[in-house]
Design a protein around this ligand. Sequence first.
Ligand code: PHE
Length: 358
Amino acid sequence: MTDLNQLRTELLAAVEGASGLDALEALRVSALGKKGRVTELMKGLGAMGAEERRAAGQAMNALRDAVAGAIDARKASLEGAALDAKLAAERIDVTLPPRPEAEGRIHPISQTIDEVVAIFGEMGFSIAEGPDIEDDFHNFTALNIPPEHPARQMHDTFYFPEKPDGGRLLLRTHTSPVQVRTMEGVKPPIRIIVPGRTFRSDSDMTHTPMFHQVEGLVIDEHSHMGHLKGCLIEFCRTYFEVPDVPVRFRASHFPFTEPSAEMDIGCSRAGGELKIGAGDDWLEILGCGMVHPRVLQNCGIDPDKYQGFAFGMGIERIAMLKYGIPDLRTFFDADLRWLRHYGFVPLETPSLVGGLSP
Ligand code: PHE
């Protein structure tokens, strides 16, 4: 009996001291398992006389029940502690404010440039850039606009003060001088687009002294007007995200292209609301044409061997049309409320795969 009491004290102390569920299970096996100490003791009952067996049996049953009960209790308490620890580790503070929205917005000009670049990039165009401050040759003369040409008056140019040699620098009036700089610098085939700032001394509802254009230029041995049309039609449908937007090319005139055209897209103005797509109205969106042989010549490219096309469009204009921005001047007011409304969430970079616009 004393042996049993001793064993009981020992086992109960061990159960109480078990450091975790694994240790407790090992203890259970060593006490109550098939070959456990208590089980082994009970196997001795068979050899006892009836009287003795009853007394010993009761005592052993009591021991077994006590140990089993203690193990269950300890197990429950260890499991409870483990759960508490897990909950504490996974605790989230539901009173925290939600993650703040990204601060700041992408300006519609930047967004539109990114979209245009994504579309023409997919067609194999690369980006070229040039200086905002130009000379007369690149902005005018090389583009077949000689000094007394009326197009110079039409461009409302901002001139810098005359230099001692009589020349005057100017703020470029279009992105076309980058055509010239590119053709001077690299041999065909050329396939570039040129986003950038342009300047004209003009300010009213539909003109700001600084605005943006994208220029396109393709020069190789066989690109023709059909390629120009296909390229621009594809651009318009992708950019405006209207697959069947009607387009038309109207004969026009630019000194640096021959033939020249302006491209219109279909729209409707029903109910005072402008909608791009099929309708009974047209909107002019860009100028284009086959690069004039004299321009090629001025840039050192043989017009008998090479030919190609160019186009130019106003970024603000196509941004206003796509995003329903009614007033051009608001682009440059730096009004944060306007930017929050018309701006774009950063990190949503336009792509033809991921989507052009949100
Ligand atoms: N540079 C012209 C403009 O500013 C646009 C244009 C570019 C037209 C290229 C034809 C070809 O109006």
